[in-house]
Ligand binder design. Structure first.
Ligand SMILES: *Cc1c(COP(=O)(O)O)cnc(C)c1O
Length: 377
């Protein structure tokens, strides 16, 4: 079976990890935590990094750091992972959905303003499968309406967005460097991994302080065991950070491999008219975290049909996200009743992603392309 995604761990990861074991720094302090936070923030063009135990926790800390009141609204895409909605709901706020753009599969930024209400406090744009969301219009709206922006960059380590805001020269900047806070995951299938892990980045010293406190149970400054506020134990271990630092040291190579795989599929599947790819925009440099395909409904095949056809040919795939408006757990809370998000629904039904791990060989890519050619002769 050709796997969808496997982490590529090298010798350096083992060397750093062994140092944690040898030195006894296996918990949530140590040199690797500090270095990983600093270097990842720096890589993304940010001042502060706060490492946490996973990407969902990063989102929850970021939303909690805004100090929202119950009933405050946060605008987010309908086509994303449940972590985004989970983080908002866990903080007592209400997720408000925006449908996906048919070309980029990210939040349709033209629909955001119509969702702003007097209760809106923040927008949470999400980069999807390695392709950036169009951030400029979101940042402009946030300024105009006084809203916070939490960028979910958990699928876009190293991706770049060309901003033309401030009327200056267009400039390419890395994802994770925009808005008030940005969140990353370092789960095993992400561009770089710590096994489980996440981070919140910010330029704001106050937010940095609040995030550090929230991640560590809001221990008191003067009297340690006297808590002004309730937080979480979302700490990352030095061992996870050790792996993360080694991964970061070779992110260029990983990104190069990812982009080569993306180009390989584009070329190998050029002639298959029944499928379409996420279309990379002129203002975006995707990192091709996952190579998704959407199957034309007129072909008569759903994503599940194609996935089964590929499985019998030894190729593993994954379905796309199910829209947030189709989540029983959220509907049961009385959310999104009667709302429809047609692009998201079509993507969920017709989309799947192909093997995309950075260890994939050209031979494996050819095998996948040939198999798809058999399904759509
Ligand atoms: C993976 C992911 C997360 C959650 O990260 P975990 O580390 O799995 O909790 C959040 N947002 C997006 C867009 C993701 O892809």
């Amino acid at each position: 079976m050709i796997p969808v995604c496997e982490p590529q761990l090298g010798e350096k990861e083992g060397v750093y990890l062994a140092e944690c074991v040898r030195s006894g720094w296996v918990s949530s302090s140590g040199r690797f935590i500090e270095q990983f936070e600093q270097r990842w923030a720096e890589y993304c063009g940010r001042r502060h990094g706060v490492a946490v135990c996973n990407g969902t926790a990063a989102l929850q800390c970021a939303v909690a750091a805004l100090g929202l009141a119950p009933g405050n609204e946060v605008i987010m895409p309908s086509f994303t992972i449940v972590s985004c909605a989970q983080a908002i709901v866990a903080c007592g706020a209400v997720p408000v959905l925006v449908d996906a753009d048919a070309e980029t599969w990210t939040m349709d930024v033209g629909l955001v303003e119509s969702k702003i209400s007097p209760r809106t406090r923040a927008i949470m744009p999400v980069h999807i499968y390695g392709h950036p969301v169009d951030l400029d219009p979101i940042l402009t709206l946030a300024d105009k309406h006084g809203l916070a922006v939490i960028e979910d960059a958990a699928e876009a380590h190293g991706a770049q967005y060309r901003t033309v805001r401030d009327g200056s020269e267009p400039g390419w900047r890395r994802c994770g460097g925009f808005g008030d806070m940005s969140c990353f995951s370092f789960y095993a299938n992400k561009i770089i991994t710590t096994g489980e892990g996440g981070m919140v980045l910010t330029d704001d010293a106050m937010l940095d302080k609040r995030l550090r406190s929230l991640r560590n149970l809001c221990f008191g400054d003067e009297q340690r065991f006297r808590h002004e506020q309730l937080g979480y134990n979302f700490r990352m271990t030095n061992m996870q950070a050790a792996i993360g630092l080694a991964q970061l040291e070779r992110i260029d190579e990983i990104l190069q491999r990812k982009r080569r795989i993306g180009a390989g599929y584009a070329q190998g599947l050029e002639e298959v008219s029944a499928i379409s790819f996420q279309s990379c925009q002129p203002w975006a440099r995707s990192v091709y975290w996952m190579n998704g395909i959407v199957i034309d409904e007129k072909s008569g095949f759903s994503a599940a049909d194609v996935s089964n056809q590929l499985r019998v040919r030894g190729i593993d795939t994954r379905p796309f996200f199910t829209g947030m408006h189709d989540q029983p757990a959220l509907l049961r809370l009385g959310m999104f009743a009667g709302e429809s998000y047609p692009v998201t629904s079509r993507l969920s039904r017709q989309g799947l992603y192909l093997p995309s791990g950075s260890g994939l060989t050209q031979e494996q890519i050819d095998t996948v392309c040939n198999a798809i050619g058999e399904v759509f002769p």
